[in-house]
Design a protein around this ligand. Structure first.
Ligand code: B3K
Ligand code: ZN
Length: 845
């Protein structure tokens, strides 16, 4: 087993780099990479005469030091050299085969173009180098190829027939290196920074796709402007290039001046992309752009500090999307994602601190915890210090650390220096894994209302108790008429048990707790009868209103599943009132009408000490939807009627469409799918087309529509990914559906988008994946084993579907464990998948 890397073992680099010069002679099977690297001894450490360079899967042609050839013997992971004590120039020539690179890390080919992905440790598959983020250098790159478009980081300096040169003046770690060569066309634009610098913007795509870039470009321009206005950050090169590629392991990559994107997050037209796709494009474009400062100008000292750039950049993209759209709805969406994905991660075998202290494969730590919980920590910090000090601290962060590779300690010190606060207790959010639980009890006594909060913190992996954290609880109090008697304020919890009292109240108030989800915790509180419905109807905070509706729905579903209860009339009335409340924003009504997912319900029921039965959950959820549709029967036809405006990506219109699609889905529960069939036939954009299709599929009426969808969109790769997903997600038997999909002529399992379309949908079909006979688990294991040979990173990431094993009954657990054991016994298993499957298989209650 590969040995873990530990944060405690960090040592600074022996050598630093003054500048790097690279030449690429591109050929699919035999690309030559020539490097010239000017090293100097790191003044911060004792002088050393040994230099270790990382390098993997490279054919070494030659090495020289200061022009003199040296006989160097590489091993599996790199090269050790004896070097002078003074500065020296290291030169090497290596050969690599981008064509055979199916792992999509390093230099690889996608659809006839060359492209790169270096984060986290892909540069070592391009040439020998100290491939660690704390070694930063300016890069000069020459590309030789007959392909018409040759791109790298920084500014273009010169080009001729068959070659181009680029220069990136900003010192950067190798993980931000990028190079692209291909037959590409640009969707161009221009941006003038607030200090007057002109920037050429280009989105590069394959010929034919240039008409689908307008929304991504518009998002980029808005992001650039927003970062100037909100954080005072300007762009710092004369060009900013984005390239869309079809084969990509994740969403996108923030390489300096040359972002590389999964084409799914660039290309969009109303006919081919849903409103959700548009929103995701906006967010991801912003996220990668924002990395220019939070990630690139200020980077991480080592990969344990990944949340330094990711948590902060996610927080920034969430702020941006909130500013562009509705803050409340954005917050609700983010919290749903956090609770569905991050909370279970933080309570299961894959739990780790936001700043982990060890890893085997760093790619396995690009997790919800590092990203989304990392962003929650920034949000809490901002609430605790206030907006003005947050802005000051950020200014200090940029001024103090520009050009450096930093740690979480550096980040927190900036806030301590700005505010004078001691953040040592707050720092536990970075070092301690697990979702805190906060039990709330209350006492009413003649005008005095007291709330007592008790923190319950346990290490999810060891079961040991943890010391209390700093937890900001945003709250207010309402009177019985729904008027706010105490406005929103922050109660800062620091002790294990802490009380807060409010005096002089005329009557017992209703508390509105954790407004805006001010901390990523689980509140444990027994509400008084009718309280959720009251908050849902009256609270001034939209998040808390939604939360009350969500809790009410979970309670109803749990009672149906656990005690065979009926759909509750209280819930129906409360939700129906909200559904037709014209004072509320459409997007909010749409999201409030969404029922908790089957997966969410499995977790809720498990937490109540009962083993979830996926089939029973599915039945209960359907019964609730049908009852809600019945209650709203008179209103649904009008709510589901087409919009009479020309399509626009505008958030208000997208919100109206979302509500319409919710209504259509409910309507199909009671009209046999009639309205959805009409909507599908008449759809003029992808949101309506998919929305109507989903409404039909969810009631078992969608097969014909699904077939006609494939006929219509057979030539469109991104749209066909949706078809592959929907065919599995809504199948009564997704195992059979997946088997059929994998035999489809367009099923290309090496393409991560296509693989994810099918095998991401399988576990998302909760009752189907968790079939009692284990066939869902076995099928996923078969394909992960196959994918692992080609693409370990994506195989490892998708294996997390097995992480909730202990939630289920003994039979399912046995089948899941068998699937994991089969993965673990595969000959030649990658360290990536071995680490993930190993952690999941060894989990004990
Ligand atoms: N920084 C990249 C993620 C790289 C993942 C490497 N396995 C994208 C992002 O977070 O912006
Ligand atoms: Zn990022």
């Amino acid at each position: 087993m590969t040995q873990p890397i530990r944060l405690a073992d960090y040592t600074p680099p022996s050598h630093l780099i003054e500048r790097v010069s690279l030449t690429f002679r591109l050929a699919p099977k035999a690309t030559r990479v020539l490097s010239e690297i000017r090293f100097y001894p790191n003044p911060a450490v004792p002088a050393q005469t040994t230099l270790r360079l990382d390098g993997e899967k490279l054919r070494l042609i030659s090495v020289s030091i200061n022009g003199a050839p040296v006989a160097a013997q590489p091993d599996e992971t790199g090269l050790t050299l004896t070097v002078p004590e003074a500065p020296f120039t290291f030169s090497a020539e290596v050969e690599i085969s981008p064509d055979g690179n199916t792992a999509l890390e390093g230099l690889y080919m996608s659809g006839g173009m060359y492209c790169t992905q270096c984060e986290a440790e892909g540069f070592r598959k391009i040439t020998y180098y100290p491939d660690r983020p704390d070694v930063m250098a300016p890069f000069h790159v020459r590309i030789e190829s007959d392909l018409p478009v040759l791109l790298s980081n920084g500014n273009p300096v010169a080009a001729g027939p068959g070659w181009a040169e680029w220069d990136d003046p900003w010192p950067k770690p190798a993980y931000l290196f990028a190079m692209v060569a291909g037959d590409l066309v640009a969707h161009p634009d221009r941006f003038v920074t607030r200090s007057g610098a002109e920037v050429d913007l280009n989105i590069w795509v394959r010929p034919g796709d240039e008409g689908r870039c307008a929304y991504a470009m518009d998002s980029l321009v808005r992001s650039m402007k927003w970062d100037e206005e909100t954080y005072g950050r300007e762009y710092d090169l004369s060009v900013f290039n984005i390239v869309a590629v079809d084969d990509f392991n994740m969403g996108a990559m923030e390489n300096k001046g040359l972002n590389i994107f999964n084409s799914k997050y660039v290309l969009a037209l109303p006919e081919t992309a849903t409103d959700e796709d548009f929103a995701r494009i906006e967010t991801i474009i912003a996220h990668e752009y924002f990395h220019n400062w939070t990630g690139n100008r200020i980077t991480c000292r080592d990969w344990f500090q990944l949340c330094l750039k990711e948590g902060l950049t996610v927080f920034r993209d969430q702020q941006f999307s909130g500013d562009m759209r509705s803050h409340a709805v954005k917050r609700i969406e983010d919290v749903v994602k956090l609770r569905t994905q991050q909370f279970p991660e933080d309570g299961g075998p894959l739990a780790h601190p936001v700043r982990p202290d060890s890893y085997i494969e760093i790619n396995n730590f690009y997790t919800r915890t590092v990203y989304e919980k990392g962003a929650e920590i920034i949000g809490m910090l901002k609430l605790l210090v206030g907006d003005a000090d947050y802005a000051k601290a950020l200014d200090l962060y940029f001024a103090r650390h520009d050009g450096q590779a930093c740690t979480i300690e550096d980040w927190l010190r900036v806030f301590e220096d700005t505010t004078g606060r001691d953040l040592s207790q707050f720092a536990r959010w970075y070092t301690d894994a697990g979702t805190p639980r906060v039990a709330v009890s209350e006492h009413w006594d003649d005008g005095r209302y007291t709330l007592t909060f008790t923190q319950k913190l346990t290490d999810p992996l060891t079961g040991q108790p943890q010391p209390p954290k700093v937890i900001p609880i945003a709250m207010g109090l309402l009177d019985e008429a729904g008027a706010e008697v105490v406005a929103t304020h922050i109660v800062e919890l620091t002790d294990e048990r802490q009380s807060v009292s409010y005096d002089g109240l005329a009557s017992r108030p209703v508390p509105s707790l954790l407004r805006g989800f001010s901390a990523p915790v689980i509140l444990e509180r027994t509400p008084l009868a009718g309280e959720h419905a009251f908050i849902l109807a009256h609270d001034t905070d939209l998040f808390t209103r939604w939360e009350a509706g969500r809790t009410l729905a979970s309670d109803v579903m749990a009672a149906m599943v656990m005690d065979g209860a009926e759909v509750s009339a209280e819930w129906l009335e409360a939700l129906a009132a909200l559904a037709v409340d014209a004072d509320l924003d459409h997007a909010f009504r749409a999201i409030a009408l969404r029922l908790p997912s089957e997966e969410d319900m499995a977790q809720v029921i498990f937490e109540r000490g009962v083993t979830p039965d996926p089939d029973v959950i599915r039945q209960a959820r359907r019964a609730m939807a049908t009852a809600l549709a019945g209650r709203l029967a008179d209103d649904l036809p009008a709510m589901a009627a087409p919009l009479d405006e020309a399509w626009s990506p505008d958030p208000a219109q997208a919100g109206a469409r979302a509500l319409r699609m919710q209504a259509l889905a409910l309507l199909s529960r009671i009209d046999g799918g009639a309205a959805a069939r009409t909507a599908f036939a008449g759809a003029t954009n992808m949101t309506e087309e998919v929305g109507a299709l989903v409404a039909l599929l969810a009631v078992g009426q969608g097969q014909k529509a699904l077939d006609s969808f494939a006929e219509r969109w057979g030539d469109d790769r991104l749209v066909m990914d949706k078809w592959f997903t929907l065919g599995v997600l809504y199948a009564e038997d997704p195992v059979a559906a997946v088997e059929a999909m994998t035999r489809h002529p367009q099923f290309d399992w090496r393409n991560p988008n296509r693989f994810r379309a099918v095998f991401g949908a399988l576990p998302a079909n909760h009752a189907g994946f968790h079939r009692a006979d284990g066939a869902g688990y076995a099928l996923l294991a078969d394909w992960l084993i196959r994918l692992d040979d080609a693409n370990p990173q994506t195989a490892a990431r998708m294996s997390a579907a097995f992480s909730n094993r202990l939630r289920y009954d003994a039979g399912r657990q046995k089948h899941m464990l068998a699937a994991l054991d089969r993965i673990l016994s595969k000959a030649g298993l990658s360290p990536d998948l071995a680490e993930m499957a190993g952690r999941m298989a060894t989990e004990r209650r």
